[in-house]
Write a protein that binds this ligand. Structure first.
Ligand SMILES: Cc1cc2nc3c(=O)[nH]c(=O)nc-3n(C[C@H](O)[C@H](O)[C@H](O)COP(=O)(O)OP(=O)(O)OC[C@H]3O[C@@H](n4cnc5c(N)ncnc54)[C@H](O)[C@@H]3O)c2cc1C
Length: 302
């Protein structure tokens, strides 16, 4: 979708918003799949309400992009524009055991920065790519750690109320790859409370998690991490593996040989290929094991 309303276009520079016209989502997502649309990069969070007001007034639908590492987006000209926060400088501020983090911050760099200041707890999240905002939305987790455990406050733009407000951690439900944020909430910054730990000890934990990841995941290929959530008491990857589906493909979309719950883009995969592979694998798992696998990757079809 292209913004052609002259009033909106004229207002963007004053709001500190950078317009990247016709941005390709193949470059914005770790899967390397997706169509094109106008991308609006927000430098000053306080202007977000005014931007949304303008877009709503112009009848322009929008979606929010973090690091694009958990997204499968349809091909072609997209029927919405994309909004994205630009990282503040600095993006993490520490006060005792509290870390105040901008939601555009890179999650891995945040974990490392806190570690260097003897604040631990998030070692398991070290290899999770993407932004802190995306991690909050997804309640990103790995190796027994989930970001939600450390959240004390989140500043959000709440479309329903049209304003920016602060939610207490206790008001938010963090579940397995699911949170109680409203679908159109935009997370702006977060206050985390992290346990004190010597850097050396945290580093050891980080190294162990990195090794586990390197040994089990196709990190040099285009993917969105796990495609399916694990059903209670079962492993989606193990079921797919047991069906002999590693390397199974639809077009250039392929089940990874390294990790059966990672689906990779082997070159020129289109959204339809990936969706076809997802549907096929889901059906086979259902037939064989009786589980209806639910996607972990967020699919934007339209
Ligand atoms: C190699 C690889 C390994 C991975 N391993 C893991 C893992 O171990 N554990 C895990 O949990 N995930 C994993 N993932 C998935 C992914 O990295 C996480 O879900 C990550 O937290 C997504 O963050 P993002 O910024 O890229 O979000 P995006 O993919 O850009 O967006 C995901 C969702 O969050 C929303 N969103 C993003 N930012 C905001 C914001 N500021 N406000 C409101 N909504 C927002 C988007 O609208 C979208 O709905 C992996 C992915 C890859 C490619």
């Amino acid at each position: 979708m292209r913004i052609d309303d002259p009033q909106i276009l004229a207002a963007l520079p004053d709001l500190g918003i950078e317009l990247r016209a016709g941005a390709s989502m193949t470059e914005q997502t770790s899967l390397g799949i997706g169509g094109t649309t106008d991308l609006l990069r927000i430098r000053r969070q306080e202007h977000l309400p005014e931007l949304i007001r303008l877009l709503n007034g112009g009848g322009i639908p929008h979606r929010f992009l973090g690091g694009g590492t958990n997204l499968l987006i349809l091909d072609g000209e997209l029927p919405w524009v994309m909004l994205q926060l630009v990282r503040a400088q600095p993006d993490v501020r520490l006060e005792g055991n509290f870390a105040y983090v901008d939601c555009a911050a890179d999650l891995g760099r945040t974990v490392t920065f806190c570690a260097k200041n003897d604040l631990g707890g998030m070692e398991g999240l070290i290899g999770v790519p993407g932004t802190v905002g995306g991690a909050l939305r997804m309640n990103a987790g790995a190796y027994g750690t989930q970001i939600g455990s450390y959240v004390r406050e989140v500043q959000v733009y709440r479309a329903g109320d049209g304003g920016i407000q602060t939610l207490r951690g206790s008001e938010i439900n963090f579940e397995y790859r699911h949170t109680s944020f409203a679908p159109d909430d935009i997370m702006l910054s977060v206050k985390l409370e992290l346990p004190s730990k010597p850097f050396r000890e945290i580093l050891q934990g980080i190294r162990i998690c990195n090794e586990k990841r390197r040994a089990s995941q196709p990190l040099n290929q285009k993917s969105a991490g796990c495609i399916f959530k694990n059903p209670p008491g079962a492993s989606a990857g193990r079921m797919i593996d047991e069906l002999g589906l590693k390397s199974h493909r639809v077009g250039d979309a392929r089940v990874s040989e390294r990790h059966a719950n990672f689906f990779v883009n082997d070159g020129q995969a289109r959204a339809a290929d990936m969706l076809g592979l997802i549907a096929d694998v889901r059906q086979r798992v259902h037939r064989a094991f009786g589980f209806e696998l639910e996607e972990e990757v967020i699919v934007w079809k339209g």
